[in-house]
Design a protein around this ligand. Sequence first.
Ligand SMILES: Nc1nc2c(ncn2[C@@H]2O[C@H](COP(=O)(O)OP(=O)(O)O)[C@@H](O)[C@H]2O)c(=O)[nH]1
Ligand SMILES: [Mg+2]
Length: 477
Amino acid sequence: MMEKFANRIRDYYQDPLDPLAEQFMFRRPPTVGELRRPPQVLLLGNHSSGKSTFVNHLLGDDVQSTGVAPTDDGFTIITYGATATERDGPAVVSNPDLPYEGLRHFGDHLVSHVRLKLRPAELLKTVTLIDSPGMIDAAKAENGRGFDFPGVVRWFAERADLVMVFFDPDKPGTTGETLQVFRESLVGIDHKMLIILNKVDQFQCLHDFARAYGALCWNLGKVIARKDLPMIYNTFVPLTDKPKSRLPMEDFEKARTDLIGEIRRTPTRRMDNQITQIQAYAERLRLHAMVIDKAADKFKSTRARWRGLLLLLFGGLGAAAFGTGMVVAVPGIALAAVLAVSLTELVTLPRSKRRLISRFDQIFEKLHDRELLLRDRAEDLRMMWEEVSPRAREIAEKSGLESFKKMSWHDRELLEELTGELIPQLRSELYDAMRDSDAPSPALAEDEPAMFPAAKPPRPRLVEGDGSGTPKRKTFF
Ligand SMILES: Nc1nc2c(ncn2[C@@H]2O[C@H](COP(=O)(O)OP(=O)(O)O)[C@@H](O)[C@H]2O)c(=O)[nH]1
Ligand SMILES: [Mg+2]
């Protein structure tokens, strides 16, 4: 089922989005490789918050080593393989069949801290897990680690479909690096982020739990720029060697079931994210292309008018000179024509081009005057235009308005149809398909919050995008 949706998304990128992006020099759409990468879940959190224990619990196998001391200082990509094998960073980042070549750019030191583990676990057939080194107290992580930790986290987070951030009772969000990662690496991806207060079985009384939960909310409030706090999953992994808590654990157990449900839903979530991504891309491309196209059109007609006028003027003068027998005047007229044409090409037309580019905002307003009457839509449109307009101007200035081939009527219609009908329809088909297959839809998943929602469960909201710069767009995550 997912393959069918993935193919349609790929087809829309191939025609008309990719050719139009090329025609109007818009950023390129995601590559086929990027579109085909497996759904990924990134696990973040301070060291000893229980990430690796959670991975082992999920897979029912001791894949990762665990312990109170910082046992792991690297990123481990855990994916499906019929037999259990492992590969080192250099082999991982230089394999074109794996989507991790981009990590090379963070340097050899990071590469030596990447590992790939292949395991025959059922869950890994549909989801790849990425375990990360625990965050530490040093605010300037780069000094401590030898690579750009927030940058690498950002790289993985942008490509993940779910980012789980673990906290534990000892450090509910207070390490310097955690705060730095929230500020630098997780900005704009809160639509796919799950917050977990883990190891709650360590609490022996409600008072301790309330204090840790409160401290976590307090700390998150400082680094997550949104009005309501995200939902927090309060949970634990049952371990035989740990003392039992005196608190009732049922709700915490339910939160773990919910969390695992979210992880299992990653492939669907991924498809929903990809639909959001293509919709955002197509809408921005539409704004960019239509404004440039309109300005180029105006510029070309101004140029044609000037050229026509000069041709008429000097052609007429020349003809009159011949007609009246004043042939001696012809060289003078030709010289004046050359001067006038040069003046137009060198001064008048460039000025008209600059004026048109400086009036991009008005062109945008005029092109969308109907849509801008709708208040909700106007807000979205203006926000998107603000995002794409600097680049549109830069491109128009650099390559000149005359270089753009006119957008065909067919392409314009197709682009309108894609953003207005086809992509929204794809999303509703996805939800229908999920309903038919009895898998809870992402929208429905909101109705089953784990315990102690901090405020409201997440609502569809404006978010920023992932990877290919997917920007603010309404989504269910
Ligand atoms: N009580 C309790 N201990 C846990 C839980 N999860 C992990 N631990 C313990 O916490 C320590 C650190 O766990 P680990 O998974 O290595 O943390 P990581 O650094 O985040 O990967 C280990 O000793 C685990 O046994 C939990 O849910 N409850
Ligand atoms: Mg670990």
